[in-house]
Design a protein around this ligand. Sequence first.
Ligand code: UTP
Length: 313
Amino acid sequence: MNFPNEDRNHGVKTVVVPAAGMGTRFLPATKTVPKELLPVVDTPGIELIAEEAAKLGAERLAVITAPSKQEILAHFERFPQLEETLTERGKDEQVAKVRRANELITPVAVEQERPLGLGHAVGLAESVLGEDEDSFAVMLPDDLVLPMGAVEEMAKVRAELGGTVLCAIEVDPDEVYNYGVFDIEEVDGREDVKRVKGMVEKPDPADAPSNYVATGRYLLDRAIFDALRRIKPGKGGELQLTDAIALLIEEGHPVHVVVHRGSRHDLGNPGGYIRACVDFGLRDPKYGPALRKAILEILDEVDGESPAGAEQA
Ligand code: UTP
């Protein structure tokens, strides 16, 4: 599948998609369904990420999967029998939907036997990178960063300033306790590019170094693999990607953020997932009008049941 306007001169060939986590915040659904396959309207999160990687012009999607999550890769296969049946029944639109994931990009499976952390998962991608790849992108499939295209901006900054480039969004100062928060300094003449001095995980708002927080898009220099080998497991015995980035910063490796001015959805927890479904649903030409009506009716009902609910709204 070809997308117009894609900038293929940024050198990003591989997009790594860590998808081997346990999805504990989504239990009981994730007992049998990987959270990356939960649909936003009708499209699984992993297919939205594949679309973003294809638009970037990447050649391969390195999907880090767990032994128990084989369905994720299966989503990218061809389904000839299903296509045949749908074609016979004249359901061309559905045939296109069945084919789409397969046509977007070439997936490569990398197995993470046990969920030893995001850093461990990213470290496994070294085996699929070509020798000529000095950098690669990581896209977390439970994080939608919209409109798509953040990594293109990050690649431009890497071309100019080198090193590693991360993606930040600005949140209200009292919300920072949910996120990884950047300690930053300004870069002359650049409003939306900042140099990263450090990072603090889920700080108290009073102690937060800024209100710029991390999103699930990374453009990592290959030096990250060596840093990942040198860090020790952190919280929960997991190898943390942020610890490896912190080590690189300490050693003088340039790390910058691009401030993303669009929107973002966290699909990794039910609250964020429902919000994403409502946002995408309301914008969907087929389902939007009825959903809008239904939401207004439900709001009326819920507010009527609980005066406290009405006050909060
Ligand atoms: P999360 O922490 O959001 O995912 O990791 P999780 O561990 O599945 O979620 P909870 O906390 O148990 O609900 C961010 C991304 O990194 C992947 C996850 O699949 C997710 O896409 N990941 C995390 C791995 O691939 N391997 C790991 O060991 C940990």
